[in-house]
Design a protein around this ligand. Structure first.
Ligand SMILES: [Zn+2]
Length: 522
């Protein structure tokens, strides 16, 4: 069985609090969705938004391999002709093969919100679809508030669908606009629709009851052949049905085809990319695609997964392009550390003396306040060093930071001076920054970047500070800094600990640079 995935991240998803896509962002996401292979990409509302019209103009320059672009709008306004409706005409201007329009299915909305008659609302649906079809558009019809409308007045709700089907809509999409319908109730209503309306049916669910994903899956099992949703569930209020979860569930658990064969492996990277362009940190626990989706921490779980991954994993992570992780922590046993070392050195034996060296080192560092759970790159460096496979790329002789307060607007509040030695050559560099850590980071990169220009690609993507055990004297407590760095292709995390926040940051920063250089040279 095959169903159509209709992605509305760029239209309904853009309604999410905190999202503001530029035209270039939309193009990036549309291309990523096309690479993944969704059937339809609803990219905006050209009638209500100049930026969206611009997007459709730009998008004409791109050849999409799998996906069809869809422009979104609504049925004509009350008491005018379809050809006089600006919104419908803007849809034509978008020049897409497909358009999607929403109309009212709920008599409550017809009479109380748009204040017209039930007959006029049916004409609005019919005229709009006929007008778009006359202009060579294929039309999807979104039946807004369908489930609430059905519960309010079943006959009328079905009548609106029949009208859209007779006017020639390609697919009728039943919308749970307010997100309040339970999955099994929804399935029952869909079965009734299937009996009474002769057309393809789709589902558009919102997540206000926290069930949009399961509702969409039940809807497919009840006979819907199109699912509308957004990546990572982005959308107004509590969001839309989450396509990254739905696609994986249908393909892996129900054997229902959503993407071109082989493309499911791109799911995690696509989800991460969309989160990044949307300027959101993806929740670690996001099913299938989150960083923690296959991360094991408890010692017994790790032991089990080490023997057979099926013991604590519902699917193999690489099926969705994600990966298994073992988290290091004091509660984890020896097998955790061995499993983690094995990921770096698959051939190392359990009785290799280096393993005890590494375990003791990890224990000592954890006692000092280090945590390697969120600092995979620092752990990896520690392993390479213990196995004597690591040679330092640089040495920092000393550094000095000078901060000034209170900080003034548009002026740097600190500067740093650093002296490094690379292969016998000395380099002294200074830099200004917003605060001493920023200044130090810039000075360090500038000094070492002179010898290793590859470091220009690297930037910090996250910086976390945690004060440990601050009971006795808060200002002299141990500080743990975890930073995440990226070169645009991959990201890695490193850790530093000290009583001094600048020193802790410095340690994490040098690990980050050493890790990048090590990876480049090995
Ligand atoms: Zn919606």
């Amino acid at each position: 069985m095959v169903i159509d995935i209709f992605d509305s991240t760029l239209r309904d998803g853009a309604q999410a609090e905190g999202i503001s896509f530029l035209v270039t962002d939309k193009l990036k996401i549309a291309k990523a969705l096309d690479e993944l292979g969704v059937s339809y990409i609803e990219a905006g509302n050209p009638g209500s938004n100049q930026k969206d019209l611009e997007f459709f103009k730009e998008a004409k320059n791109y050849k999409f391999k799998h996906s069809k672009l869809v422009a979104f709008g609504s049925t004509r306004r009350c008491n005018i002709k379809a050809e006089d409706d600006n919104n419908l005409n803007a849809l034509l201007e978008a020049s897409t093969e497909y358009v999607c329009i929403f109309g009212k299915s709920s008599l409550f909305h017809v009479e109380n919100i748009i204040n017209t008659t039930k007959e006029e609302n049916l004409s609005m649906i019919k005229d709009s679809i006929l007008y778009l079809r006359k202009n060579n558009k294929k039309v999807f019809y979104d039946a807004e508030h369908f489930f609430d409308g059905y519960k309010n007045n079943r006959e009328y709700a079905l009548e609106t669908l029949k009208t859209a089907a007779e006017a020639g809509a390609e697919c009728l999409i039943l919308c749970d606009t307010n997100g309040g319908t339970f999955p099994l109730e929804m399935a029952k209503i869909i079965e009734d629709v299937k009996k009474n309306v002769n057309a393809k049916i789709g589902i558009h669910a919102h997540n206000d009851s926290g069930m949009a994903t399961s509702a969409s899956i039940e809807a497919v099992l009840a006979g819907c052949t199109q699912i509308q949703g957004t990546f990572l569930g982005y959308g107004e209020r509590c969001g839309n049905a989450n396509l990254s979860t739905i696609i994986a569930n249908l393909e892996l658990k129900k054997n229902i085809c959503c993407l071109p064969s082989g493309n499911l492996e791109k799911l995690t990277s696509t989800a991460k990319f969309i989160a990044e362009v949307s300027n959101f940190q993806m929740a670690k626990g996001m099913p299938y695609v989150g960083d923690s989706a296959f991360a094991h921490k408890a010692g017994m779980h790790i032991d089990g997964v080490y023997k057979n991954p099926k013991s604590f994993e519902h699917i193999e992570p690489d099926k969705v392009g994600n990966e298994r992780r073992f988290l290091i922590s004091e509660v984890a046993g020896k097998s955790t550390v061995i499993a983690k070392i094995n990921k770096i050195y698959p051939d190392i034996k359990k009785d290799d003396p280096a393993i005890d060296v590494i375990i003791n080192r990890v224990k000592t560092l954890e006692y000092m306040g280090y945590a390697f759970e969120g600092a995979d790159a620092s752990f990896e460096l520690l392993v390479h060093k213990a196995l004597k496979n690591f040679k330092s790329f640089f040495e920092v002789e000393n550094f000095k930071t000078i901060g000034e307060g209170p900080s003034l607007e548009n002026e740097y509040s600190a500067s740093a001076i650093i002296k490094v030695i690379v292969e016998g050559e000395e380099e002294v560099t200074a830099a200004n920054g917003d605060g001493p850590v920023d200044a130090l980071n810039k000075a360090l990169r500038k000094a070492i970047g002179k010898f290793y220009p590859i470091l220009n690609e690297v930037s910090l993507s996250d910086y976390k500070v945690r004060i440990l055990d601050g009971k006795e004297s808060a200002t002299a407590a141990i500080t743990r800094v975890i930073i995440e760095s990226t070169d645009g292709k991959t990201s890695w995390s490193t850790v530093g600990v000290s009583k001094d926040i600048i020193e802790a940051s410095f340690k994490a920063l040098t690990d980050s640079i050493e890790y990048k250089l090590f990876k480049e040279n090995n």
